[in-house]
Design a protein around this ligand. Structure first.
Ligand code: PGA
Length: 260
């Protein structure tokens, strides 16, 4: 990470887990948040309305994020939740294109780009997830695939929208498996994402965009991952459900900052 050039983001992804948010934020009270870093909690839609207030009760400065948004603006789309609604419920971030959405809901690169646009139209910062499966990695397709996933977003967004976009490299084989990418592997792909941005714009622009790593990041491996220059934070699933582990990952930002 490079805290002087871009924001470090530690984002928890609670997925479809029921978390007692008051207890969670009580456990996080007194948490160390490094200067220039931001904590985001991406919670299920029904939690968005109140978790910001719950965090404040315990003095935790956490931004609120959603985990998905409808590709449609409004109207007869039963069961969908629009960007406008997420914003109204207190969200300022929204994950789009998580591999679990791509895998279980057939989300394509084009759909993910639409969702990123809906975020921008409603003042939400999209956290765009990209990543390869184990099979794709073993077949040597990682970089082509990531480039395609990132290109779909770059082609859809204006430069101004890109400025307010976060990417997350999440190798599918590392998600929820306890098998983390090595810091070298994670850095290599985060660097490739930055290069793809530089190719479309320039290096200065690419240097300003935050790129996170996600996939079994935890209190044990966070310092090593965050010490890499191109890894600007984490998108954390399992370890974000435990306030002690999540606080330790936030603490790791300071240690890693000193290492860079
Ligand atoms: P994990 O999930 O930390 O449990 O691997 C990460 C994610 O899916 O965002």
């Amino acid at each position: 990470m490079n805290i002087t050039k871009r924001k470090t983001i530690i984002a928890g992804n609670w997925k479809m887990n029921f978390v007692d948010s008051l207890k969670f934020f009580e456990g996080l009270s007194g948490i160390t948040i490094a200067e220039g870093a931001e904590v985001v909690i991406c919670a299920p839609h029904t939690f968005l309305n109140y978790i910001g207030a719950d965090a404040l009760k315990y003095g935790v400065a956490a931004s609120v994020g959603a985990q998905d948004v409808s590709a449609f603006g409004s109207g007869a789309y039963t069961g969908e939740v629009s960007g406008e609604m997420l914003k109204h419920a207190g969200a300022s971030y929204c994950i789009v294109g998580h591999s679990e959405r791509r895998q279980y809901h057939g989300e394509t690169n084009e759909l993910v780009a639409e969702k990123a646009l809906r975020c921008h139209e409603n003042g939400l910062i999209p956290i765009v997830c990209v990543g390869e499966s184990l099979e794709q990695r073993e077949q040597g397709k990682t970089f082509t695939l990531i480039s395609k996933q990132v290109s779909a977003i770059l082609n859809a967004l204006t430069e101004e929208q890109l400025n307010k976009t976060v990417f997350a490299y999440e190798p599918i084989w590392a998600i929820g498996t306890g098998k983390t990418a090595t810091a070298e592997q994670a850095e290599e792909v985060c660097g490739a994402i930055r290069n793809r941005i530089a190719k479309k714009y320039n290096e200065e622009k690419a240097e300003t965009i935050s790129i996170l790593y996600g996939g079994s990041m935890n209190d044990k491996n966070a310092v090593e991952l965050l010490s890499r220059p191109d890894i600007d934070g984490g998108l954390i699933g399992g370890a974000s459900l435990d306030p002690i582990k999540f606080a330790a990952i936030n603490k790791a930002v300071e240690t890693a900052g000193a290492n860079v």
